[in-house]
Design a protein around this ligand. Sequence first.
Ligand code: C2O
Ligand code: CU
Ligand code: CU
Length: 509
Amino acid sequence: MVTKVKKYLLYFIIAISFIIVCTAGFMAWTFVSSKTSTVGELSFDNPLRIPELLEPTIDSEGRKVFDLTFNNGEVEFIDGKITKTWGISAPYLAPTLRAERGDEVVVNIKNDVNEPTTLHWHGMILPAEMDGGPHQLISPGKVWSPTWTISQPASTTWFHPHLHGETAEHVYRGAAGLFILDDKESNELNLPDDYGINDIPLIVQDKSFNNDGSMSNESKIFSNVGILGDEILVNGTHSPNFEATTNLVRLRILNASTARVYNFEFDDKRTYQLIATDGGLVETPVEIESLLLSPGERAEIVVPIKPNDSVVLQSNSPDLESPFWSQRYNGGDDTFDILKIQSGNDLTELPMIPSELVKIDWPLPSDVVETRHFELTGTSLINGKEMDMNRVDEVVVAGTTEIWKLVNPREETYHNFHAHGIHFSVLDVNGEEPPEYLKGWKDTVYLPPTGKVTVIARFESYVNHEVPYMFHCHILMHEDQGMMGQFIVVEPGANPEKTLPSHDHTHNH
Ligand code: C2O
Ligand code: CU
Ligand code: CU
């Protein structure tokens, strides 16, 4: 009897040990295989594609008119494999729009894909009804024609679909582009501004491809941010090289990925100058060696190039400030070769970057009339609520200054925070002065696990009680799952409805 019990106990122990060893083995295997690196593996055979500049026509009212069409495309990103894509007036991504402060613009956007979508102007200061958020639907076959006056400093803004629940999918397929803004001050600074020659857009996106060339939408095991691809495309070019012809090259970097955070560095650790953040030029250029950009963020940097140079822009293990396991499962240990820059013997010398760029009229804490708190939890909640298209979450008075306190209370995942219709300045990160590369106008900011970020903004004067602006996590899977809210901007003393009328505000034709 006793021996029988002993025998079963022994079997039991063996079985349990077997399960433990298997689980540990599986965990170790997933941990090890969750690290991605392409460093040293690319041939850099493909010339970097530069999105063409779209020439506007001028209408009878003197407005710059741009015509764009959402279309299906097919692209050979990887040799011999065809990938089905979306693009905007291009097989993948879009031509670049460019306008100057003071310009009145019209964009006619036609939907030639078989699904409803929207087109949002990320970083643009404009009326809510022109913003292209989830309320401004463009049905298949229809044209939406927003119009507004450019009334903000020179900057690198971008555009992408914003259909609620489908944003990640639409952006991942390739619908996105740049809208570059100029102004008098920046034109006079003599910065590198020869588009495609020494002023280079870099739209950085990660992708995964299936064997047949199609894009893979699969999330990695244990990741809670959505798609983290193992290949990088720059302006839709895989394994790209760029031939520099000047001793300084300005890079306008946009993280247009759905979830991935990058830490941009050169393989020889050369330093470069940061000249602009999301919303425009910084006051004084900052010399840095690495730069963290979460999805939706932009930065402009100026890189020194020597004769016969060869240098690789990489992303090196972005510090997500996560516990080691989510650091690993959310891409924090990944390293990528992104773009090779080469040069010949003869370089055109460009003027040095001025040590003063612009004077920023910062919003002042002494002007603050309201402080709001936003707590991002799980993968879908802001202040405990999921996005509701008919609910107004916040009411802001036009022309006033507010502090927004952004909190990610948990360790489980990273977030970031983006607001439409405004630019903000970062007052502190975890109670400390923000890093140098955040000291400029921002519209999107990284929110690390157990992180707190305080921002201050002056709201514009575009008033609308029925059409809201969005604020949300720009990890697009989180946004689609509901990590988004709405605010309206009203005149002083107004008492607006907190429920929006449920008709849609689209004026398609
Ligand atoms: Cu780039 Cu609300 O988005
Ligand atoms: Cu936006
Ligand atoms: Cu998030």
